[in-house]
Ligand binder design. Sequence first.
Ligand SMILES: *Cc1c(COP(=O)(O)O)cnc(C)c1O
Length: 365
Amino acid sequence: MVSRDRIARNYRNVCSVVGPDVAVAGVVKADAYGHGALEVSRVLEAEGARWLAVSSVDEGVHLRCGGIRQARILVMGGFLGYESEALVAYDLTPAIHSLAQMRDLDRLAHAAQKPIAFHLKIDSGMSRLGTRADAGEILAALAELSCARLEGLMTHFASAADYTTSQTDDQIAYFRGICGELKEAGVHAPRVHTSSTNAIGYGRTEGNMVRAGHALYGYVSPARGEAPRQLLNVQPALTWKAKLLAVKDIPEGALVGYGGTFRAPRPMRIGILGAGYADGIFHRLSNRGRVIAAGKLTHILGTISMDLTTIDLSHTTSLVPGDEVTLLGTEGDTRLDAQQIARVAGTISYNILCSISARVKRVYE
Ligand SMILES: *Cc1c(COP(=O)(O)O)cnc(C)c1O
């Protein structure tokens, strides 16, 4: 279950943290981190969002075909040659990460006989996407453009929540240097943006636009080291439930699941859930993870199967087949969020959210 209201409130919270002069692009890549890209985009558009950001041209086309017409769509992964036609036809705005690609886009815009705006991504020290060209080289390439139009300058931080390293400060200094040199040479980029959730949360916002993903879904990563006060106040928007297919009692010594990796230390009541790793419950949570059943945290027993997960129900007699158990969310005061699950699974909350598979039915409230 995904709460539209939560996403709307989280979006408003991001807007209020960055202030009225900064545009908030809602990052809805990877099916909005599992929340449903179209539904989330509709909520954001209704809240007045002028920008959405996706990873690929395909994701952008999906939004346009689903009726997202007003918002600008930034394709953060850029585009490859075979995607040119779709880029133009669906009015998508690419992040460009090399000067060669900038020239390709210019030829494309020329052929399409329309100006195409792009955001130039600078690699300020993460060594992922972005050009490492210096300001002089960028200026020379910009001067050659006839139809493609520089609309934005952007970069991305590798360690925005980590206050034990100077990496973010170094990245900011590098990015400011390039932007400053371009400005001095008379190049004006209407949009300048560097910050995703963690940088927003810890007040490291440069320019006049931010790209918020995780925060919209209710999460900010905990900081390392001595961080400033957290500015964001967001709440998880997603609750994931699974139904009990069976409830039964097993004797002391019974083995549970593939490989018999759990042996009942005493007579137990167990529940078999109709969800497994094919739904996105990490296999690593076998014998380690927990779920909320009848309002209490309880253990996953044995190995997680493709479609089934066994849990301990010894604490309750109230649940019967057909009843729901919470895999992620809250029941009363008991909470289980993606960050808690990630810690046990040895991964990050983003990974947990993005792994909830397509066969898990999304319900919107
Ligand atoms: C995914 C992504 C974001 C959003 O990051 P969050 O931490 O989810 O806010 C922003 N910018 C780029 C380039 C990204 O890849």
